[in-house]
Design a protein around this ligand. Structure first.
Ligand code: GLU
Length: 321
């Protein structure tokens, strides 16, 4: 391989990228199983990256439980477990280079100030009002005037983007209009998810990102960051979510749907894998392993609707102990 070829994926590489901010639940199990099968059935490599950058939310013990959960599900990976915090230097360098190239600017706004700028927004993600864009000639000037540390935001002009998803097909997004200039480094110095995921995927040579469709709205921001950093775009595949009886995406707060809780209650992981695979359109026995699904796996059979998990499903799993 010549140095010019280093951005060309020589092989199929994907990743499982859990955050140790809580216990994994059935929704994670489904996305991880699909990501793993889609890679393994085509001879791909699987990387495990623990996304542990959010110092306020990461709790000790969750990483160990994630490893136990993956083992319980029968999902393996290649190479050592990667901790996102280990790539801190590369992540900070990428943030600094975006500042130097003019793609990013220092932002002194607090979360409260931004929330106050859009008092009627009911969306969790408030559009950044542009307060600090072109406000100070340098970070030092802003710091001297306001007496506080700056974060970094990526300049994001309203512009409709046409992107492609490997499951959902073509889609449009307009991050400049939806979220505006978005955070890439917080004021406490922590690198934000959007930048971290892009830099780490590139460092690992990831060519395929299969994840839950709740992250579809992040994709356009990641596409913009890849362009600005001259990094290749992976193939994105966003799969339907597991939802509760009220049609809400399962969240880490929903305790009884965690994999740990199913393990503690003696559920047979082969029954869970079978339920996840059959509801994903795959033919399988009523108890099966992830490895047994590899030879016949076909993502094209995955139904497009979100998958409900309710009390009846839980009882069905518990009856198969
Ligand atoms: N760590 C992220 C999460 O748990 C997933 C990142 C990604 O797949 O892009 O939500």
């Amino acid at each position: 391989m010549t140095s010019e070829d280093t951005n060309v994926p020589a092989e199929l590489i994907g990743r499982l990228a859990p955050s140790p901010t809580g216990h994994l639940h059935i929704g994670h199990a489904r996305s991880f199983l699909l990501a793993w099968l889609n890679l393994r059935s085509r001879g791909g490599r699987v990387i495990l990256r623990i996304e542990d950058l959010d110092r306020e939310r990461v709790k000790p013990g969750y990483t160990d439980q994630i490893l136990r959960d993956l083992e319980w599900l029968g999902l393996d990976w290649d190479g050592p477990v990667q901790m996102q915090s280990d790539s801190e230097a590369a992540l900070q360098a990428a943030a600094n280079s975006l500042l130097e190239s003019g793609h990013a600017f220092p932002c002194f706004c607090t979360r409260k100030e931004i929330a106050l700028s859009a008092p009627h927004a009911n969306d969790a993600e408030v559009r950044y009002p542009g307060t600090c864009r072109d406000r100070f000639a340098s970070e030092a000037e802003g710091q001297a005037e306001l007496g506080r540390q700056a974060g970094l935001r990526f300049r994001c002009d309203p512009d409709e983007l046409q992107l492609e998803d490997g499951f959902r097909g073509p889609f449009t997004a307009n991050p400049g209009q939806e979220v505006g200039d978005f955070l890439i480094r917080r004021r406490d110095g922590a690198i934000a998810y959007q930048l971290a995921v892009v830099v780490d995927d590139a460092l690992s040579g990831v060519t395929e990102v299969l994840r839950g469709s709740d992250l579809l709205t992040s994709t356009a921001r990641q596409w913009l960051l890849q362009n600005a950093l001259d990094l290749p775009h992976p193939t994105w595949i966003h799969v339907p979510l597991v939802v509760d009886a009220a049609d809400r995406r399962l969240a880490k707060r929903d305790g009884d749907t965690t994999l740990k809780s199913l393990q503690d209650r003696g559920v047979d992981p082969r029954a869970l894998i079978s339920w996840l695979a059959s509801t994903a359109g795959q033919e399988c026995a009523s108890r099966t392993t992830a490895a047994e699904l590899v030879p016949t796996f076909d993502l094209a059979r995955l139904p497009p609707a979100d998958l409900p998990f309710d009390g009846a499903q839980e009882r069905a799993l518990l009856s198969q102990r």
